[in-house]
Design a protein around this ligand. Structure first.
Ligand code: BEZ
Length: 238
């Protein structure tokens, strides 16, 4: 089993970085990342190991939500430090035997990367040796259509991800890009959005006088953004 060496340097890509490039074998054939995903949003995520319960619950959920993410122009790519045949056997078992939260007969159609040598996991800081030196943590990289990392979430081995939050991040990032706004705490489509802070005294004065904008103070202004307007822009029309 491949192990992290104690003094090995851990690279951690950051928000705003170009997604590190790699070629890999997956359950859906070979991929060239992120080139194969140019023009799409993509969630690249790792899980600790095949044939483990939390991971199984996550894969069933990811696979069930794949269409919902696709409608938001977002593809899914998974990874663990297991071999291709383990991946295939696990995904077959999930389909044939496992029911979770009312979801059953679930087929995982998105690629699951084999990374037995940890090449990709190391590039993406998915191994966090004080948590485990042989298993990836539950990392989630949100990568935009230009191949730039836009958000990162890490969870430990014991904690299954919140899929409402993953979806909310995809929609909020696209909303920020499309409408030139920011999104406040717990934002969801239909909630007011944040108007970027005024960069001059003149703009601050204009903002305070603008009846379309609700300013609590010059630096904290929100405006309405209709749910349908957001969803029309963000959700791909099929
Ligand atoms: C799980 O997916 O159930 C799991 C994997 C590694 C450590 C702990 C839990």
């Amino acid at each position: 089993m491949e192990q992290y060496q104690e003094n090995e340097i851990i690279s951690m890509p950051r928000i705003g970085d170009a997604a590190p490039e790699f070629k890999a074998v997956t359950t859906q054939g070979d991929i060239n990342f992120p080139a194969d995903y140019k023009g799409d949003w993509v969630i690249l995520f790792s899980h600790p190991a095949d044939f483990t319960p939390v991971c199984t619950s996550e894969f069933i959920t990811f696979a069930t939500l794949e269409d919902k993410f696709a409608k938001a122009n977002c593809k899914l790519v998974g990874l663990s430090i297991d071999g291709l045949y383990s991946h295939i056997a696990w995904l077959r078992t999930i389909k044939e035997k496992i029911e979770f939260n009312g979801m059953k007969n679930v087929e995982v159609n998105f690629p699951l990367i084999e990374d037995i040598k940890m090449d990709v996991a190391k590039k993406y800081g998915m191994i966090q040796p004080n948590e485990s030196s042989t298993k990836a943590v539950r990392a989630v990289f949100f990568i935009d259509p230009k191949g730039i990392i836009r958000a990162i979430i890490y969870y430990p081995l014991s904690l299954g991800r919140n899929f409402d939050e993953l979806y909310r991040v995809v929609v909020a990032l696209q909303t920020a890009d499309e409408f030139g706004v920011a999104t406040p705490a717990d934002w969801n489509p239909g909630d007011d959005v944040i108007v970027s802070p005024a960069g001059s005294c003149g703009t601050a004065k204009e903002r305070m006088a603008d009846t379309e904008i609700d300013c609590k103070d010059w630096f904290f202004c929100t405006k309405k953004l209709d749910k349908d307007t957001v969803l029309d822009k963000v959700l791909r029309k099929n």
